[in-house]
Design a protein around this ligand. Structure first.
Ligand SMILES: *[C@@H]1O[C@H](CO)[C@@H](O)[C@H](O)[C@H]1NC(C)=O
Ligand SMILES: *[C@@H]1O[C@H](CO)[C@@H](O)[C@H](O)[C@H]1NC(C)=O
Length: 381
């Protein structure tokens, strides 16, 4: 039956395909082979159609298109991002699940079928997209065409792990929803992540704690005393934390590029440039930012002490911080409880062993990972 909803979805799909195909025919840029382009664009079209379907399904208005071009030359990256995607705290969390990997689940050699399925099973009605590298590039071109330095940064990042990190912030900033690494299992639906007593229209970002090491020598193993995890994040579009981290990564990457230092970039700088260290710093700075928080009447600076030893979730402004058990259950340390705990939401599959950060992401990179290897060992103690 062609009910109105399906008709709309079909129309959106056809329009998206038509749009992308016509673009690919008129485009003369040097690009990957035309069949690759075609695949990527067809997949991006499917993603766009899926997006239209998601909006229909949830009875929320479709995501606003990018605003018309204005003269942005005098604007900082932060201001351009703010202009392109505004933040509405009262909007719903979009029903998207974004993941990235080298291939899609449709391909025979997809290695994470069970993990990927757990997300679909726990989230009926959500749009679930596994984005490959080539689709990511096309999608970002559509979402960030008006902010060229962001695209330049994405293409300049020299390692797949860095691109994967950057992509998650970019897709959540533009579209919102959940990002989760491809090797994670959903234990509980994201509809249960935010405690019932906290109204969802007062929350724009949900994060978990990755590490809370209270040993005296923690700095030998972790980059921050409290580390927020970025393998699973839920956000509403336009969230200021994402706006800030995208600006920071853009600035530091292009600064390295100008200095000719990107090519000598080492694996163990990942944590600082795009990974948990800059993620944690950005969030902590947000909590202490007088543009967003009334610092005059607050009870002092917010730092790791406000989050250490947490057993239930905690709200700071519009951010819900989940305890270590939520995204790191079963690690057997730092107070994390087991998979069957009611607060256990996502299981990160380390295949029985802790992997260095860089191997948790898209793209296979074989490289020396001095410091990260130490983190791995440290976490097993
Ligand atoms: C990075 O930010 C600093 C301080 O705002 C600025 O002076 C510099 O030009 C920026 N660098 C790049 C490459 O955008
Ligand atoms: C954070 O912790 C400090 C003490 O370390 C305390 O004074 C302050 O009230 C806490 N803030 C919040 C929002 O919990």
């Amino acid at each position: 039956m062609l009910n109105p909803r399906r008709a709309l979805i079909a129309a959106a799909f056809i329009l998206a395909v038509f749009f992308l195909l016509s673009r690919s025919h008129t485009s003369t840029s040097s690009a990957p082979s035309s069949s690759e382009r075609h695949d990527a664009q067809a997949e991006a079209a499917a993603a766009a159609a899926a997006e239209a379907a998601a909006s229909q399904q949830r009875a929320v208005p479709p995501p606003p298109p990018q605003k018309p071009m204005i003269d942005m030359s005098g604007m900082s990256t932060y201001e351009k991002l703010d202009y392109a995607y505004s933040y509405d705290i009262e909007s719903k969390f979009p029903a998207y699940i974004w993941q990235t990997w080298k291939h899609t689940p449709g391909e025979g050699d997809f290695e994470f079928r069970e993990q990927e399925a757990s997300w679909s099973i726990e989230h009926p009605g959500f749009i679930h997209e596994v984005i490959t590298d080539s689709v990511a590039a096309t999608l970002l071109q559509l979402l960030y065409g008006s902010i060229p330095e962001v695209l330049e940064t994405y293409h300049a990042l020299p390692l797949p792990v860095l691109k994967a990190d950057f992509f998650r912030y970019l897709i959540l900033y533009a579209r919102g929803g959940i990002y989760s690494d491809i090797d994670t299992y959903a234990i509980r639906s994201a509809l249960e992540w935010i405690p019932q007593q906290i109204p969802k229209e007062t929350v724009g970002l949900v994060i978990g704690i990755e590490a809370d090491p209270d040993r005296a020598d923690w700095a030998d193993w972790y980059s921050r005393r409290i580390q927020f995890c970025q393998w699973t994040i839920q956000a509403k579009p336009g969230h200021p934390v994402l706006r800030d981290i995208i600006s920071r990564i853009t600035n530091s990457t292009l600064t390295l590029k100008k200095a000719g230092k990107l090519s000598s970039f080492k694996g163990n700088d990942v944590v600082d440039l795009t990974g948990p260290a800059v993620w944690t710093d950005t969030i902590m700075d947000y909590f202490n930012d007088e543009r967003f928080f009334d610092m005059e009447h607050s009870k002092g600076k917010i730092d790791y002490r406000n989050f250490t030893g947490m057993e239930t979730s905690k709200r700071v402004g519009d951010v819900v911080v989940l305890p270590i058990t939520s995204f790191s259950p079963g690690v057997g340390q730092m107070g994390a409880k087991d998979y069957d705990d009611p607060m256990a939401f996502v299981k990160h599959d380390f295949e029985g062993t802790w992997k260095p950060e860089s191997e948790r992401h898209i793209g296979e990179i074989q490289q020396e990972l001095g410091d990260l290897q130490l983190v791995e060992d440290g976490q097993q103690i």
